[in-house]
Design a protein around this ligand. Sequence first.
Ligand SMILES: Nc1ncnc2c1ncn2[C@@H]1O[C@H](COP(=O)(O)OP(=O)(O)O)[C@@H](O)[C@H]1O
Ligand SMILES: O=C(OP(=O)(O)O)[C@H](O)COP(=O)(O)O
Length: 393
Amino acid sequence: MNKKSVRDVEVNGKRVFVRVDFNVPVENGSITDDTRIRETLPTIQYLIDNGAKVILASHMGRPKGEVVEELRLNAAAERLSELLGKKVAKADEAIGDAVKSQVAALNNGDVLLLENVRFYAGEEKNDPELAKAFAELADLFVNDAFGAAHRAHASTEGIAHHLPAVSGLLMEKELEVLGKALSNPDRPFTAIVGGSKVKDKIDVINKMLEIADNVLIGGGLSYTFFKAQGHEIGKSLVDNEKLDLALGFINKAKELGKNFLLPVDIIVTDDFSADANTREVGVDGIPADWEGIDIGPKTRELYADVIKNSKLVVWNGPMGVFEIEPFSHGTRAVAQACAETSAYTVIGGGDSAAAAEKFGLADKMDHISTGGGASLEFMEGKKLPGVEALKDK
Ligand SMILES: Nc1ncnc2c1ncn2[C@@H]1O[C@H](COP(=O)(O)OP(=O)(O)O)[C@@H](O)[C@H]1O
Ligand SMILES: O=C(OP(=O)(O)O)[C@H](O)COP(=O)(O)O
């Protein structure tokens, strides 16, 4: 990576403002998945061990500039305390005199978590005044919030204009792994793109057609391709405005000599529920009043084979409605193949990460990104503002 990391600067005795992404799922006040908190431990522990005064900041949810009680970061502070085996102080605000006093009271190695930065309207507007107020709390800015790196907000981008700014260790790891896939992939390189909407995945499919050897398509976005090819798709998900684009991708793959695979069979259903009727059909067999909901067994085998013969696999988006058990087999088969292959496997956050977790296969993957939107934008080849703002090496 060409950006400086926390290891490249002196932190001893310094007040260090660390932007993390503690935007974790919470149900009834309890955190249901603390992956994003655990993944920041190397950076926080490094700073503690090296005598920094650690000031953590994060967003949670989308409170739109107002205080929303359920979106306070108290549960995150408690979980972090447990994981570090050390008291983490929690501020009830993110700027202001009370916070300044709490920062002034920090000893080397102490940790303070500020309140949700999105309680301030200036955060998402990247307001320079708010960025300055954050910067005044610290001597150094460390960005470890890969999950929010695609946002140009006051605590991810603005603050970097007022303080020396470097990456944290999680940010560094994410950029290294995803960056290698983009710039110097081991081959055969297979990209798997699924999920619900074509429009969300256009740029990533386009980029993958250019850099990968195999592009496997699944999930709801397949049906736009099928319709573009003239197949009956019944009530399946479709984006009628993207039919030409879908055909364009098929042609582009041919021109570039890429192996672009669409499902060869499909599970269809007459209702979007666990006890609905289902059938396995070929791509020409979707009944007019049914919808495609998962890839079929032949496709599962075909895709698993490609995955097993790859050296690098990048997966973004489920193959079907995996949240409902009878429609989860395609996504499970892809996850299983990713778990078994000797290829280096990268999961691009979001629903595919949730699926791998649900099937108990998460620890068999080589890298699961902590950023859904961020990893997608990165894989599309876009620049991430939270990274661009950091110091070059
Ligand atoms: N055939 C399908 N029809 C409707 N929805 C689908 C289909 N296949 C997958 N989905 C849905 O797509 C959603 C995930 O889409 P998306 O957000 O694009 O993925 P990701 O978060 O991995 O990028 C899941 O909730 C899944 O149920
Ligand atoms: O959870 C997040 O997004 P993700 O689900 O796309 O990874 C990040 O914390 C960014 O949150 P945001 O999309 O509200 O800016």
